[in-house]
Design a protein around this ligand. Sequence first.
Ligand code: DAH
Length: 342
Amino acid sequence: MIDEIEKIKSEIESFTAREAAEIEHFRIRMLGRKGLITNLFKDFKNIPVEQKKQTGKLLNALKQLAQEKVESLKKEAVLHTAERTEEHKPDLTMPATFTDTGSRHPISVVRDRINNIFARLDYVISEGPEIEDDWHNFTALNFPENHPARDMQDTFFIEKAPDIALRTHTSSVQVRVMQSSKPPIRTISPGRVFRNEAVCARAHCIFHQVEGLYVDKNVSFADMKQTLYYFAREMFGPDTEIRLRPSFFPFTEPSAEMDVSCNICSRKGCPICKYSGWIEMLGCGMVDPNVLDNCGIDSKKYTGFAFGMGIERIVLNKYHINDLRLFFENDIRFLKQFEAIL
Ligand code: DAH
């Protein structure tokens, strides 16, 4: 038995552990109900009487050694855990790490502002397909077959279906709205449009427009002018002036183009407005009676006005950007400059 005691003693002395589970395992192995030391105590009654005194002493000392070992290991483990918690405590003096916040695209920001301004005038938003048929994009809008007016807009036609094209303007949506609803109609239609143009700083094959349409009894040119004047002041500031120049579009009669006063130079002349004091903003006019009839609205009863504007042009002017391509490259350095605008 003395040999056995010696063996266990050296095991106890050399044992180390830092985890509570390991220490508990060790305690059970030594001192548990079937532990090594407990078993020795059970065997103690079988040893010869003359050995009892000495062996008993050794056995008691062994038990005490094991108990002390368990206690001291436990204390160390507690300290160790505390140290580790300390290590993982956040250091409140450390500088914060910055998370990148995204920014909204300037086109989306301006589109939403246009939507909001017209929402205040009770206009509702409508949308139409980007892949459009010839009728909605041209014919219904009074572009005669083989009329040179169609050449005004270089169109992406679908090769296998010559009747289908990518819409060249959002005016196609006003056709769809008039076909599917009855006056009074007050709607704006923001969306992407496509033209077969070589991409450069001043032109792009994809851009964004917002179309507006108002159809009711007795809608007049004066209504249109007042609506667009309100829009211009809301968009560019209360001192903004507008002017209408006669123009031509197949779907409106009479037609006009609207300029807004340059808010950089207050009409004194600057490079942004090319020293004219005015910036071209949109096309507009009274809906041609043919268009109303094409879309199932009685042109003898109803009149209306329509307008269409390019969102890019507004953004270019508002933020003094000189290259359209920047809008589509998604260069983070460009987009980050718009973080502050909402
Ligand atoms: N669709 C025209 C274009 O893309 C813009 C336009 C002009 C729309 C006059 C209209 C309008 O509704 O009345 O250039």
